[in-house]
Design a protein around this ligand. Structure first.
Ligand code: SAH
Ligand code: SF4
Ligand code: F3S
Length: 472
């Protein structure tokens, strides 16, 4: 992209506002005010919210998950499907009575949904109790927006869409202590015809590899054992800064650099786009011992005509070739994917190509979606002759196929030894849960002292389901 980027406030210029707001809230509240930060949508949003919390903590806020006691609510919205947007409209609608009870409460909205002009307008007009709304390109200016809210009467709406490089040095307050997100890029240049993300998040911008390595080192020394590199399209990562020997740093090189850092940790990444998933990446994955042998590679549709109409820029054959190379290099690799059922004009016969691809590849897990029309995208203008009911029938057929495959996967995974990172409580008392390198969740008998630790388990089948027990 040759477009000259607009200049942007660096985060250091926000420090002044942090200090000013800090003083204001000290005078205004007799205790640290409570913020409730709520992410919807993808992991990128969860990660962005960790930065909002970092900023708010620096200002002097404490945090709550209880809406009744919040002084500030900040919702980070998602626009990827209609259902995601409906949830936000519904939940924000319900906030009216909180505001009535506590007129001092600040209600804020940000994220992909409100970056769309029509949505921002709707909130402005019909939701008078929303005090603050800002788009995806100005999120680092939260301190300045809060300053404006606290010092002037009136609402703050800022949906400037000027593109800029990634703003560094934003404070972070991470949700976890051993599993964490590490964003490596933002935005998307792919314009798949069904997808709102490129409009909501803007063009792709990669972070400097030095900043990424710095953050990875910080996470590792803080005890993180599972680090997921995040981006809408991590395979097209290119560091804006060259290596010391002047070579370019692409995603496979970045993976190798993180893999070389000292420590016992796992590296994951998402999402990969098949058109940019290179052999170089698969070799890097197979050669890096700390990189999980898990590839989330969304194929969306198994039919070439539909893939073309989606502007995915790969074919079924190219996708299957990638899968067979991945399996050749990493025989135990776990594969997952996203699928859209009922893209405009997709016929049942074309959908059957998706089914046959699912049967052929045998994924460990699938994330399946019925097509949702997104205003402003090319697919929204395409003929869409099939009804929601018909698409629902196909969708259930797909789920049933994957259900069978999951049962077979359980059998394949039984009587084996796995190293798990114990990362959650089990469903029953006395049980804990953890993820394998391939990101499969297993439950085993154990106590809470194991949280955040790697454990080795043996698997077996009991009552038709996969179980695990700690290996003595
Ligand atoms: N950048 C990632 C995906 C981001 S969105 C990628 O390209 O793989 C996550 C998933 O939501 C997509 O993979 C797709 O399966 C689904 N999705 C996106 N837009 C959608 C729409 N309009 N309707 C239904 N599903 C959609
Ligand atoms: Fe959307 Fe396609 Fe970009 Fe993924 S690659 S975010 S599906 S436009
Ligand atoms: Fe949703 Fe935006 Fe993520 S649309 S999926 S929050 S990039």
């Amino acid at each position: 992209m040759n477009k000259k980027l607009d200049p942007v406030l660096s985060f250091s210029e926000q420090e002044e506002y942090i200090n000013l707001v800090s003083e204001i809230i000290k005078n205004k509240y007799s205790r640290p005010p409570l913020a409730m930060v709520v992410p919807y949508g993808c992991q990128q949003n969860v990660s962005d919210c960790e930065r909002f919390k970092g900023i708010l903590a620096k200002i002097g806020f404490a945090f709550t998950e209880n809406a009744d006691e919040a002084d500030l609510m900040l919702y980070k919205t998602c626009a990827v499907r209609e259902h995601a947007e409906d949830r936000v409209f519904g939940n924000i609608g319900a906030l009216k009575h909180y505001k009535r009870r506590n007129p001092e409460l600040i209600i804020g909205l940000c994220g992909c949904m409100v970056q769309q002009e029509a949505v921002a307008e709707r909130f402005k007009k019909s939701y008078p109790y929303v005090d603050l709304l800002f788009g995806t390109h100005v999120e680092h200016r939260l301190p300045e927006f809060l300053y404006r809210l606290y010092t002037k009467k009136g609402r703050v709406f800022e949906t400037d869409d000027a593109e800029h490089e990634i703003v560094e040095n934003i404070p972070i307050k991470r949700d976890g202590t051993f599993k964490g997100w590490l964003p490596i890029m933002q935005g998307c240049n792919n314009f798949c015809t069904y997808c709102i993300v490129p409009y909501a998040r803007g063009r792709e911008h990669s972070r400097s590899y030095k900043e990424i390595l710095k953050e990875a080192r910080e996470m590792i020394s803080a005890g993180f054992k599972d680090i997921t590199l995040l981006g809408q399209n991590v395979n097209s990562y290119y560091s804006p800064e060259k290596a010391d020997d002047k070579s370019e740093i692409n995603f496979p090189k970045l993976l190798r650099m993180i893999n070389d850092l000292d420590g016992d940790f796992r590296i994951r990444f998402m999402t990969s786009h098949p058109k940019d998933c290179s052999e170089e990446l698969l070799y890097a994955m197979s050669e890096c011992s700390k990189v999980s042998k898990h590839l989330h590679l969304p194929f969306q549709s198994g039919n070439d005509r539909v893939l073309k109409a989606m502007n995915r820029r790969y074919t079924r054959e190219k996708y299957l070739n990638l899968i067979s190379l991945a399996r050749k290099l990493m025989p135990d690799i776990s594969l997952t994917s996203d699928i859209i059922v009922g893209f405009p004009g997709e016929t049942y016969e074309e959908f059957c190509d998706t089914l046959s691809l699912v049967k052929e590849v045998q994924f460990s897990a699938l994330f399946t979606f019925i097509y949702s029309k997104r205003k402003g995208t090319p697919a929204a203008e395409m003929e869409d002759p099939f009804t929601r009911e018909e698409k629902g029938k196909w969708f259930r057929e797909l789920l049933a196929v994957q259900d069978q495959i999951s049962k077979q996967n359980d059998v394949k995974m039984s009587n084996k030894t796995y190293r798990l990172l114990c990362d959650d409580y089990g469903r029953a008392d006395g049980f804990m849960a953890g993820h394998t390198d391939g990101n499969v969740c297993l439950e085993f008998k154990g106590d809470t002292s194991l949280l955040g630790e790697f454990v080795t388990v043996e698997t077996y089948i009991e009552n038709n389901s996969l179980k695990a027990k700690i290996k003595e």
